[in-house]
Design a protein. Structure first.
Length: 343
């Protein structure tokens, strides 16, 4: 069955989350889609612990704190999230609404669409060894969906960040063997995880190899080993049954480029009155949009979300004036926010 919604927001980063708030104030219900398995966008994926200093009235907060506060702020509006899904189909309908279908087959009938995808969807950085893609989702994995699938198997993990160390520690002792490979002995993961990994190596429960992947071996349609170039320029082959690769995420415009929008160097052209694209009813806010004088700042995206929300309300209720009401004094705003008037 199709999900009927006033607004569909593509992107659950800070701007997409604040768009929920602005739409909620105007009485519009929305669903939110993001290709990542969690909300937060770049803030959560790239700098969750780094300080942000330019959010109005908040002298300093981490990226994750900002996301957590936005989630608390939008709670009264009951937005529904569809995480780990990528929009693959966006089709304007004759009635002015939009048919949207995700990679998981979720289908929407949306009155308006907001693209808040930052710099696009984040995709895992893939291995570039010719032919290795044939093993993807069978023995080669860029994310862990079911940890038990790796139990009692010989596992090799590539990477030096938090994801690589977290899954190395999680699976060590459950896998038949565990090998972590990174191009250098310095890691981007939190020090506590690195210390635990090193302790496991010292007790012989796993091993760490400093090197880079240069090839692989296979028997029939089965991946059997990974060839590494070591720091002394020698080579070695590590036997394996499962290969986990955590090399970080790369932004890609993805299917958005195929939706008939006016694309400008991997951004979407919008006007500065409504932040509407060349397709009426589709808006773009945050880093993914472009207009003269555009500044890629979170606070700019918040401003864009406010104006886009009013434009969406006008689009959905043509001929009706949309009144500006203040959250400080409006009983209707208080009702929507769940705030009790003190009178």
């Amino acid at each position: 069955m199709k999900i009927d919604t006033d607004a569909l927001i593509v992107g659950a980063g800070p701007c997409g989350l604040f768009q929920v708030f602005e739409l909620g104030l105007l009485g519009l219900k929305c669903h939110v889609i993001d290709s990542m398995p969690r909300v937060g966008g770049q803030c959560s994926e790239l700098y969750p612990d780094k300080p942000i200093y330019d959010i109005p009235a908040i002298p300093v907060c981490s990226g994750q704190e900002l996301v957590d506060n936005l989630m608390a702020q939008i709670e009264p509006f009951g937005a529904e999230f569809h995480l780990g899904e990528e929009v693959q189909v966006l089709e304007p309908q004759e009635n002015g609404r939009f048919r949207v279908v995700t990679s998981e087959g979720t289908e929407f009938d949306a009155g308006t669409v907001f693209i808040a995808g930052g710099v696009g969807s984040f995709q895992p950085r893939r291995m570039r060894l010719k032919g290795i893609e044939a093993f993807e989702d069978r023995q080669l994995h860029y994310r862990v969906r079911d940890p038990k699938a790796f139990y009692d198997r010989h596992v090799v993990v590539l990477g030096g960040g938090d994801s690589a160390l977290d899954w190395t520690l999680e699976l060590c002792g459950k896998a038949a063997s565990m090998t972590l490979v990174h191009r250098r002995a310095e890691f981007r993961a939190v020090p506590a995880s690195v210390e635990k990994m090193q302790a496991l190596c010292e007790t012989g429960k796993m091993r760490f190899i400093e090197g880079v992947a240069e090839g692989f071996s296979a028997h029939g349609d089965e991946l059997t080993g990974l060839t590494l170039r070591l720091v002394d320029d020698s080579e070695m082959t590590v036997p394996l049954q499962s290969l986990l690769v955590f090399w970080g995420l790369a932004p890609k415009l993805g299917p958005i480029a195929e939706w008939g929008l006016d694309i400008n160097r991997k951004t979407i052209n919008v006007d500065t009155e409504k932040f509407q694209t060349n397709i009426p009813g589709i808006f773009a806010i945050g880093d993914i949009n472009y207009y003269p004088g555009k500044k890629k700042l979170i606070l700019s995206g918040f401003h864009e979300a406010a104006l886009a929300a009013f434009a969406a309300k006008e689009h959905l209720t043509p001929g009706k004036k949309v009144h500006l009401q203040y959250t400080t004094t409006s009983p209707l705003m208080h009702e929507r926010l769940g705030v009790k008037d003190s009178a």
